[in-house]
Design a protein around this ligand. Structure first.
Ligand code: SME
Length: 168
């Protein structure tokens, strides 16, 4: 396992740790097709690798409703159950298909506060092998402006590699 929870001060150190966790996730999930297992593993391994992660997990598209997310595998305090497309940071990522990096969640219109300690957030859309949105991956931090382009680049890469490609 990559060293967890020692503070990262340089973007290069953060990128290095993402690269290591990314390789570990690919290795642990090799040959495992189950989506819940894949989401639970990604949540656990990322949450335990970075000190700036406070809540880490998936909101999955509720196929029965089509335009609503329901909480999936996560690490952290109790998450909200359901989020409509377009609502809050997760719903905006789902509706637009674009990663949301929010430096101050309290300044984000419609932000949903599941845990009042969340200060900043990144939400990355997750696309399945057929090219359709299957979930969003949400990381909250209790620190303001905790996420930058390094988090975005690596999370997008890890999620694409884990969920969009059939080669596990
Ligand atoms: N803050 C999110 C809701 C999910 S939780 O923080 C776990 C949002 O506004 O989408």
């Amino acid at each position: 396992m990559a060293e967890a929870f020692n503070e990262i001060t340089l973007p290069a150190e953060k990128a290095e740790r993402y690269a290591a966790v990314s390789a570990e996730i690919a290795s642990v999930l090799e040959g495992e097709p189950n989506l819940v297992a894949r989401m639970a593993t990604v949540s656990s391994m990322l949450a335990n690798s970075f000190a700036h992660y406070f809540w880490t997990g998936f909101y999955v598209v509720d196929e029965a409703k089509g335009d609503e997310l329901v909480v999936g595998p996560y690490q952290g305090t109790l998450g909200c159950m359901r989020i409509a497309f377009g609502r809050g940071v997760c719903g905006t990522a789902a509706a637009t298909g674009r990663t949301q990096v929010v430096a101050d969640v309290h300044a984000f219109p419609g932000h949903i506060a599941c845990d009042g300690r969340s200060a900043s957030e990144i939400v990355v859309p997750v696309v399945g092998a057929d090219g359709r949105l299957i979930a969003v991956f949400d990381v909250d931090s209790d620190r303001p402006a905790a996420f930058d382009g390094v988090d975005q680049e690596w999370l997008e890469r890890i999620l694409a590699r884990t969920f969009s490609s059939r080669a596990a």
